[in-house]
Design a protein around this ligand. Structure first.
Ligand code: ADP
Ligand code: ASP
Ligand code: MG
Length: 459
């Protein structure tokens, strides 16, 4: 039988009623095997990361664990039979004990290793998968229900641009976990995976979307449905731009650009496995399942709309390297970005004027101080000789991007974009447009972001 993947995000799994709604949605889908990828209950991953931050104050850890216990006990009491509940809570308490032990180690070592962060932050997905699979096992219509812990199956290694899936190994594990003649539902933990050493790792924040498309590819699914709290990919984040509307169809490249520039509705890496296997992705609303949502496909039907969406990321810093000494000197960009790469800093946007007098780029605000030190170190000779005047770092910036395949080759789009920002008295500090002409981005002050998004969206 063919497979379809359904992914439910934390926003769709807030409480017991949400879990029941998810079961109803699954039962109302067409026949066929279903792989159901789940995230942690809304807010739980943040709470787990919060525990890691508070290893110095024991009191708040106890309080946070008690908060988690209360939430899960409540949901389990509402959803599960006494026997199922006892099983779930036994495992849950043992997980809380594990968490406490890891936190103790972190507290005495005074630092949290990458592995302990990954271990603690991934419990939410395990708890969601156990709750949902127990609930589904009570459905008479379903032949078989498997709860798949992706720490046993999905093997990834860290790459510079995010986790890289080791497909062959993963496929071997998956074939062992799901029998050939399987008929039913496999509930899969999103976000978590294992590395080559067999240690638990994650796909990064918001990574369950990526888990969904990975399993879509592994199972040769006919579609990946991503259920969330909005009805689809919208022309802007509806929390910032109330007039935003749902986009019917969008290309994988457009979705990737929107996601990269802040549209949290989908993780930017989600599209790659889907493109490679020709699997369409559909973003849909859990709270409005009748809505057609958004289809993300490789080549959507031609659209009248030049620009599909506007999105913005805050919390970035703009770094400007300026000096007459860089003019015509080959290799400056290589040295600059090589030094940043060696330090593991990811650069979001780069812009250089044709005079080569300056290069500016955008980095996450959290790395701004480190970046200043690295760049000053890399160009210390040029700085002391005044061939480079200074390394200027401006925190408190944001990147606003307009995205649409349709604007390629059409004059006037950039003009209208910058006119709109000018009319709204928003200062543009740097600009970038890729040669694909699918995206134009502007660096502005973060405090202007919502106003800029609204003005550009209206325009
Ligand atoms: P989930 O828990 O389902 O993964 P997320 O919170 O990760 O949900 O993503 C859904 C949220 O993404 C929405 O509530 C919305 O505020 C935000 N969002 C940002 N940009 C967009 C956009 N262009 N279209 C739709 N939603 C967006
Ligand atoms: N629960 C994880 C997070 O909050 C993964 C996800 O929701 O996609 O980042
Ligand atoms: Mg998400």
């Amino acid at each position: 039988m063919g497979w379809t993947v359904h992914k439910f995000g934390g926003t769709s799994l807030a409480d017991a009623e949400c879990f029941r709604r998810v079961v109803d949605i699954l039962l109302s889908q067409p026949l066929g095997n279903k792989a159901v990828v789940v995230s942690a209950i809304g807010g739980v991953t943040d709470s787990l990361f919060g525990l890691l931050e508070s290893t110095s104050g024991k009191k708040s850890i106890k309080g946070s664990l008690a908060g988690l216990r209360k939430r899960y006990k409540g949901i389990a009491a509402d959803l599960l039979s006494p026997k199922e509940r006892a099983n779930f809570l036994k495992q849950f308490e043992s997980d809380l004990e594990d968490i406490t032990n890891v936190l103790k180690t972190i507290s005495s070592a005074k630092t949290a290793s990458r592995h302990s962060r990954d271990k603690i932050s991934g419990f939410g997905e395990l708890w969601s998968a156990r709750l949902l699979s127990s609930l589904l096992r009570n459905c008479e219509d379903l032949e078989q229900v498997i709860c798949l812990d992706t720490r046993d199956v999905l093997v990834v290694e860290a790459g510079e641009m995010g986790p890289i899936v080791l497909w062959d190994r993963t496929r071997i594990h998956l074939n062992k976990a799901i029998p050939d003649d399987f008929a039913g539902v496999v509930v899969i933990t999103g976000y978590i995976a294992r590395n080559l050493e067999g240690l638990q790792t994650t796909l990064g924040r918001n990574g369950s979307d990526y888990s969904a498309s990975i399993f879509g590819a592994l199972l040769s699914a006919d579609a990946v449905h991503i259920w969330t709290d909005v009805d689809g990919v919208m022309s802007a984040d509806p929390r910032q731009v109330p007039e935003a509307t749902v986009i019917d169809e969008i290309s994988c490249n457009e979705a990737m650009e929107l996601a990269y520039f802040g549209a949290r509705v989908i993780h930017p890496q989600t599209m790659a496995p889907a493109i490679a296997h020709g699997i369409p992705i559909r973003i849909r609303g859990t709270f409005n399942p009748e809505h057609p949502g958004t289809w993300i496909t490789e080549s959507p039907a031609r659209s009248e709309t030049l620009i599909k969406g506007v999105s913005g990321v805050g919390n970035v810093a703009l770094v400007n390297l300026e000096g007459a000494g860089m003019i015509g000197v080959p290799g400056t960009a290589d040295r600059l970005f090589g030094a940043l790469r060696d330090a593991g800093v990811s650069v979001m946007l780069i812009s250089q004027g044709s005079s080569e007098h300056s290069i500016c780029f955008v980095v996450p605000e959290g790395s701004a101080d480190l970046v200043k030190t690295i760049v000053e170190q890399a160009f210390r000779v040029e700085l002391s000789e005044a061939q480079i005047q200074n390394v200027e770092v401006t925190k408190g910036c944001g990147v606003l991007a307009i995205v649409g395949d349709g604007m390629a080759g059409l004059p006037g789009v950039a003009g209208q974009f910058f006119r709109t920002l000018g009319s709204a008295a928003i200062n543009v500090r740097a600009i970038a447009q890729g040669a694909s002409e699918r995206n134009i981005s502007a660096v502005i002050a973060a405090k202007d972001m919502t106003r800029a998004l609204r003005a550009v969206h209206a325009s």
